[in-house]
Design a protein around this ligand. Structure first.
Ligand code: SF4
Length: 223
């Protein structure tokens, strides 16, 4: 799947945006070669936990080529994953920094960095087959942590398409820590996204993020 995602060009606007950022670069990364392509999933193919984010950050994953690597959101995410035992180290700076995930895979609703972090409805739909394929490739999956509402919406659309739940979507609200056990499907846990917008304002704290990963670990261990 990695090679196919890297080659995907279903969203011309996003592909051009990624290339454009890679050409212009941020001044502090001037000497680095940007990835500038779709960012594949990262993690353990035997994972019981899937983490679904929104999209690569322009100067984070779009620069380094690995999910949540090289930006402040990733700093928060990987510290929490390390504390919960899902990562071998708390830092993520580049693809060759030695980071390994245990029992966890990270994906995103869209694999290309969008302008202003806002993919269009059509672009999210274009990328949905990759999310579907990601779930197919995780036979041990037990829990999905959705980072932010867009990641949650993408997961719930997939669940609906697969017939994993029936009835109104409103029965599954988004709130930090909200847990949605669904029969014969991986349990969904919602989390605020560890974006600076949330972490700088105190809307999301490290204990709040830890509680989500601790709950995921409990569910995994109960199986
Ligand atoms: S966002 Fe997804 S569907 Fe669109 S070009 Fe990137 S990888 Fe392909």
């Amino acid at each position: 799947m990695t090679a196919a995602v890297l080659d995907c060009d279903r969203c011309p606007r996003l592909r051009e945006h990624c290339r454009d950022i890679a050409r212009k670069k941020r001044a502090s990364y001037r000497s680095q070669k940007y990835h500038g392509l779709p960012v594949p999933n990262f993690g353990d193919p035997a994972a019981q936990l899937l983490i679904a984010g929104l999209a690569p950050a322009a100067h984070g994953a779009n620069r380094t080529g690995r999910m949540f690597t090289g930006d402040r959101s990733g700093d928060w995410l990987y510290r929490a994953m390390h504390r919960a035992g899902f990562a071998n180290q708390p830092t993520a700076t580049s693809r060759d920094d030695g980071l390994q995930l245990h029992n966890a895979m990270i994906t995103a609703a869209v694999h290309c960095a969008p302008p202003a972090n806002k993919p269009t409805t059509q672009e999210i739909a274009n990328c949905a087959p990759w999310l579907d394929h990601t779930v197919d490739l995780l036979p041990n999956l037990r829990v999905v942590i959705c980072l932010g509402r867009l990641g949650f919406d993408a997961i719930m659309r997939l669940y609906k398409t697969r017939g994993w739940f029936h009835g109104p979507r409103s029965a599954y609200p988004f709130a930090h820590g909200a847990e949605h056990p669904i029969a014969n499907a991986p349990t969904v846990i919602c989390s605020y996204h560890p974006s600076q917008q949330n972490t700088f304002t105190g809307r999301l704290t490290e204990p709040m993020l830890d509680s989500v990963f601790q709950r995921a670990q409990q569910i995994i261990e109960s199986h």
